[in-house]
Design a binder for this molecule. Structure first.
Ligand SMILES: *[C@@H]1O[C@H](CO)[C@@H](O)[C@H](O)[C@H]1NC(C)=O
Ligand SMILES: *[C@@H]1O[C@H](CO)[C@@H](O)[C@H](O)[C@H]1NC(C)=O
Ligand SMILES: *[C@@H]1O[C@H](CO)[C@@H](O)[C@H](O)[C@H]1NC(C)=O
Ligand SMILES: *[C@@H]1O[C@H](CO)[C@@H](O)[C@H](O)[C@H]1NC(C)=O
Ligand SMILES: *[C@@H]1O[C@H](CO)[C@@H](O)[C@H](O)[C@H]1NC(C)=O
Ligand SMILES: *[C@@H]1O[C@H](CO)[C@@H](O)[C@H](O)[C@H]1NC(C)=O
Ligand SMILES: *[C@@H]1O[C@H](CO)[C@@H](O)[C@H](O)[C@H]1NC(C)=O
Ligand SMILES: *[C@@H]1O[C@H](CO)[C@@H](O)[C@H](O)[C@H]1NC(C)=O
Ligand SMILES: *[C@@H]1O[C@H](CO)[C@@H](O)[C@H](O)[C@H]1NC(C)=O
Ligand SMILES: *[C@@H]1O[C@H](CO)[C@@H](O)[C@H](O)[C@H]1NC(C)=O
Ligand SMILES: *[C@@H]1O[C@H](CO)[C@@H](O)[C@H](O)[C@H]1NC(C)=O
Length: 536
């Protein structure tokens, strides 16, 4: 007998119907719909959004997951919209969401040549955007979902990438959401936001921090549209790493009036980690870039209009923005979040003590020796410093801001808060400079389940197990930010309060058969040596 496609699809529908007929609809669905709703979802089906009707497809390595790539959420920020706040994109057109949008213009890190093992080069080339295609037309969102099983309305995890506000993008296999949507009962979203001078231009006649406004607009897009993908707009958790972690924290202070989010996770970055630029410094940086590209008019409005003219190209702006920087500064760039008292504030201690942030649950965490990556990148751009410098760098930029942010919430705000230290190092992602400890970004590939695809080298079972454990923990939080992690078995962080409550993830012999994915606990003090007096 010839088996036709239509027979196959009827069969598969029947099997699906059987699978869902037993579904009670009670699992964390918040009582929105019964399970029957989800039967209607076939993989890659068209979904109506405010951006248009989007057509998805099967995720490449998770065949039940629907993947939607490159959905515009803002009008392309070109010409007169270059450097301007994002404008929501709406249309009724059909969008074939088959390919990623381009990454935003960025300066990539110098990846040292002849890195060994090759897995390490592959990893840093991917995260460092070697040979990356970039375009100013870059404001796109991607969605991964598996509505045909699990809760009828799933919590939503929205990822904000890091890269010092100067690099990073979602057209990277590192940040694919397919494993999240496949293994966990969540809808996964990531998006691009503008970087460098494009996202943080610093012109006095402009609104500041338009890159952070891109992030906000993407979250608004998720609220409006995620229901069509099986997501629950009342349970959105934002999370990010490094500049993405800082973005999460900025968001919490900036959008108290209409929070949208139900919880947040800041990995290796907070609103105070990287130092916020004063307006004057940023205006100066803007003026030097303008002068370098030949826009040195005295009238600020004329400078801006010159900077937007087509003869000033994306490449010219990027080159001008990184000219005159060297060493680590060339990695971190001259443009970034600037104090405007709207999206970035002058005194976070003050706001924290007054509770002027979104009052909901959160996770804060960082890696044990973040500096390992910066030592390597520093070496790549010719800079080196003694180990003591790096230890203090680690405390000042990462551990202490994370400690303080978590304590503000746990001890002052009395909000459900969790805090972790990630300590695992695995063979395919080990840096020569990490001294056997977890470097800045070491958790990303395990967390996304993309270590093998990116490094092109096998992961150990321990790496896979820890990654999938962390995905489950993050998802338990997204399901129920207040109690999900308690049910999952995690202790709340209680600051210096009593029993040890800093979760150590991936602690111990990561290559031994006794490797334990469950966290162990340590006293806060062990990690917080040298941090400023609390509450600041
Ligand atoms: C649904 O329930 C029926 C009867 O209890 C059982 O035979 C079947 O295996 C169940 N299907 C699934 C997918 O659990
Ligand atoms: C899917 O898996 C294949 C084989 O491991 C890999 O080459 C490819 O990059 C993966 N694609 C994605 C998007 O993960
Ligand atoms: C969508 O784009 C993909 C890749 O470009 C192509 O293979 C597919 O045929 C397109 N689908 C439609 C309906 O246009
Ligand atoms: C996305 O990345 C892939 C692989 O690097 C590249 O081939 C493709 O052109 C990129 N897409 C865009 C729109 O830049
Ligand atoms: C980047 O492009 C160069 C020149 O085409 C090529 O030799 C190199 O292999 C590419 N690197 C990566 C990581 O794709
Ligand atoms: C680009 O064009 C503007 C006017 O549109 C002009 O003022 C400026 O000098 C030009 N810049 C360069 C580098 O040609
Ligand atoms: C702009 O730069 C040009 C060339 O360096 C110079 O001749 C001119 O005086 C400058 N204009 C202003 C307003 O600074
Ligand atoms: C922001 O607020 C601080 C403290 O209130 C003030 O000193 C600063 O001038 C303000 N900055 C801007 C750009 O408004
Ligand atoms: C920030 O606010 C705190 C608490 O109100 C205050 O003690 C501190 O002096 C302020 N810092 C600055 C630099 O103004
Ligand atoms: C684990 O790795 C350490 C450091 O590389 C090594 O000394 C030890 O022998 C390894 N243990 C096992 C069980 O492979
Ligand atoms: C606690 O952390 C310190 C500092 O890293 C470490 O030396 C110690 O072994 C840890 N203790 C436990 C019980 O995990």
């Amino acid at each position: 007998m010839r088996v036709t496609t239509s027979v196959l699809s009827t069969l598969s529908l029947a099997l699906q119907a059987q699978a869902y007929s037993n579904y009670s609809g009670s699992y964390s669905s918040g009582g929105y719909y019964g399970g029957r709703e989800s039967c209607a979802f076939s993989v890659g089906k068209q979904v109506r959004t405010t951006s248009g009707t989007v057509l998805g497809h099967r995720a490449p390595n998770a065949t039940q997951v629907s993947e939607y790539l490159g959905i515009p959420f803002a009008v392309p920020p070109l010409g007169p919209l270059r450097f301007a706040p994002p404008v929501p994109y709406t249309s009724h057109r059909h969008i074939n969401a088959s390919l990623h949008g381009a990454n935003c213009p960025s300066t990539s890190a110098t990846v040292p040549e002849a890195l060994s093992p090759p897995s390490l080069y592959n990893l840093l080339a991917d995260l460092g955007q070697v040979n990356d295609t970039q375009n100013e037309d870059c404001l796109y969102v991607n969605v991964w979902s598996k509505p045909q099983s699990g809760s009828a309305l799933k919590p939503v995890l929205v990822w904000i990438y890091g890269g010092g506000f100067n690099s990073g993008g979602t057209n990277s296999s590192a940040y694919s959401g397919q494993h999240w949507a496949d293994e966990e009962d969540v809808v996964f979203v990531n998006f691009n936001y503008r970087l460098n001078v494009f996202g943080f231009p610093g012109a006095e006649v402009l609104e500041q921090n338009v890159g952070l406004l891109d992030q906000r607009l993407a979250v608004e897009w998720v609220r409006t549209n995620i229901g069509g993908f099986g997501g629950d707009p009342t349970r959105i958790t934002i999370f990010g790493e490094s500049a993405g972690g800082a973005s999460v924290d900025y968001y919490n202070y900036a959008w108290t009036k209409d929070p949208i989010i139900a919880g947040s996770i800041a990995q290796s970055g907070t609103a105070t980690s990287f130092g916020n630029r004063g307006l004057a410094a940023q205006q100066e940086a803007w003026a030097s870039v303008a002068a370098r590209v030949g826009c040195n008019q005295t009238n600020p409005a004329q400078v801006l209009s010159c900077m937007r003219s087509p003869n000033v190209t994306m490449t010219a702006l990027l080159n001008a923005a990184s000219a005159g920087t060297s060493g680590l500064a060339s990695v971190l760039g001259s443009f970034g979040p600037t104090i405007d008292n709207r999206t970035v504030f002058a005194n976070y201690t003050d706001r924290a003590l007054k509770g002027q942030y979104i009052q909901n649950p959160s996770i804060f965490g960082n890696n044990y020796f973040e500096a390992g990556l910066f030592i390597l990148l520093g070496a790549g751009s010719g800079a080196s410093s003694p180990l003591d410098f790096w230890r203090s760098f680690d405390q000042t930029i990462f551990t202490c801001p994370i400690t303080t942010a978590a304590r503000w919430r746990a001890e002052v705000g009395r909000l459900p808060t969790w805090r972790y230290i990630y300590r695992a190092v695995f063979p395919n992602i080990r840096l020569p400079t990490d001294m056997g400890e977890a470097w800045h970004g070491a958790e990303l590939l395990p967390l996304f389940g993309t270590s093998e695809v990116v490094t092109k080298q096998d992961s150990t079972w321990q790496e896979r197990a820890l990654g999938s454990y962390m995905r489950s923990a993050w998802s338990a939080f997204a399901h129920d930010p207040e109690y999900g992690l308690e049910t999952f078995g995690w202790r709340r962080f209680d600051g210096q309060g009593g029993r040890p409550s800093v979760l150590q993830l991936g602690f111990g012999e990561t290559n031994s058969t006794t490797f334990e994915v469950e966290p162990s606990y340590n006293t806060t003090m062990a990690y917080d040596t040298g941090c400023p007096a609390f509450p600041g």
